[in-house]
Design a protein around this ligand. Structure first.
Ligand code: FMN
Length: 361
């Protein structure tokens, strides 16, 4: 049976299917619990949360499901913590966004104490809370943290966007590797090579399968039985689905965001750094188009991410699609389902059907 893989056995789930975590407030405990209850692995993207809020989230998840789930963090890139713009650089970045703050009726921000959450505190919270799975992107936690996970029985899943990153994750001894191809929605989580170089899922998965022994979870562009079957044929033993779950009513995406995922415009996704200072795949909207001429000037993550956060939040409140970061993968046009449990059932049944059809050829 295609569902009985090392990924499913390690995760302790009925299906080798992971709901991709969504950072920046798009995850919900309701979605993660619904996927875990349906037989997959629900995930919660927590990189934007404080240690206290991570604790509250894990408590809530444990109240909603007794099945395995994952908490996901962003590992800081080298030098990221020390990255502080000068007051003049900060002001220039604020001024560039000035007309957008004005349009949404927002006050211009002043220089903050910190531009992002404290990763060290987040990771200590994860170790103390012992979620069944700790997944991460943009790097590899320290050997001490990985050892503490092993000792606490927390399964680890790292993300590779190229072969070098997969080899580094395997050398560090992570339990599972998510092979994230460039079709995927959201940030390109590259940490050893430029994000723009990362190959597509159909190129990345077989190359990694040839080089690593760690079980692979394919991610990027997977949304139906054909794409799950392809991932399995390429050497993955599980899949991670993001955009199709984001479009479900249980996610924390706003109504306008969910609608945008189902519109004609979702066929036109691009990699952009105008929202966060790091490359991410999203649907072209007005903010993206008008900021693209300034793409090289915008400050790096986490500064630009911090500066655009109030814009994105206000746009969501005001039901405005033109100023949201509409992260979406290249297979958004395959979205058919509105309920997470129905999507899990569809992925299982459609994969079985496709594999049966192929076996009969
Ligand atoms: C809105 C959004 C936010 C995301 N945030 C994260 C994140 O914080 N951490 C992470 O590991 N992956 C994140 N991802 C990637 C997804 O978990 C998943 O791997 C990806 O969406 C799979 O590709 P697909 O969109 O083609 O299904 C995000 C994706 C989206 C669309």
């Amino acid at each position: 049976m295609w569902t009985d893989t090392r990924v499913a056995r390690k995760l302790g789930t009925r299906l080798p299917l992971v709901q991709g975590p969504f950072g920046g407030g798009m995850s919900s405990t309701r979605l993660a619990a619904a996927v875990s209850e349906a037989g997959g692995l629900g995930s919660f993207g927590a990189h934007h949360l404080s240690a206290e809020n991570i604790e509250a989230t894990v408590r809530e998840l444990r109240g909603l499901t007794s099945r395995p789930f994952a908490i996901n963090l962003w590992v800081p890139l080298e030098g990221e913590k020390a990255l502080r713009p000068t007051p003049a650089e900060f002001q220039a970045a604020v001024d560039r966004l000035g007309p957008w703050y004005d349009e949404l009726g927002l006050a211009r921000p002043t220089y903050p104490g910190a531009f992002s959450q404290d990763y060290e505190a987040q990771v200590e919270a994860v170790l103390a809370l012992k979620p069944p799975v700790f997944s991460f992107i943009f790097g590899i936690p320290s050997a001490r943290v990985l050892e503490a996970c092993r000792a606490a029985g927390i399964l680890t899943a790292g993300t590779a966007t190229n072969v070098d990153e997969g080899l580094a994750l395997e050398a560090a001894g992570v339990d599972l590797i998510v092979a994230s191809g460039s079709e995927a929605g959201g940030h390109r989580a590259s940490f050893l090579r430029p994000a723009e170089e990362s190959p597509a899922t159909t190129a990345l998965v077989p190359q990694l399968a040839d080089r690593v022994k760690t079980p692979l979870i394919a991610s990027g562009g997977i949304a139906d039985g054909r794409t799950v079957a392809t991932a399995l044929a390429l050497g993955a033993e599980g899949v991670q689905v993001g955009t199709a779950f984001l479009a479900c009513e249980e996610s924390n995406a706003s109504d306008v965001y969910r609608q945008a995922l189902r519109q004609e415009s979702a066929r036109g996704t691009v990699l952009t750094r105008v929202f966060s200072g790091r490359y991410a795949r999203g649907i072209k909207n007005r903010f993206l188009r008008e900021m693209t001429p300034h793409e090289r000037e915008v400050p790096p993550y986490p500064v630009q991410n911090w500066l655009t956060q109030p814009l994105r939040q206000a746009a969501a409140r005001q039901g405005r699609e033109d100023l949201l970061s509409l992260w979406a993968g290249q297979n958004a046009p395959l979205i058919r389902h509105t309920r997470a449990s129905a999507l899990v059932t569809f992925l299982e049944e459609d994969t079985t059907r496709v594999l049966g059809r192929l076996a009969a050829l």
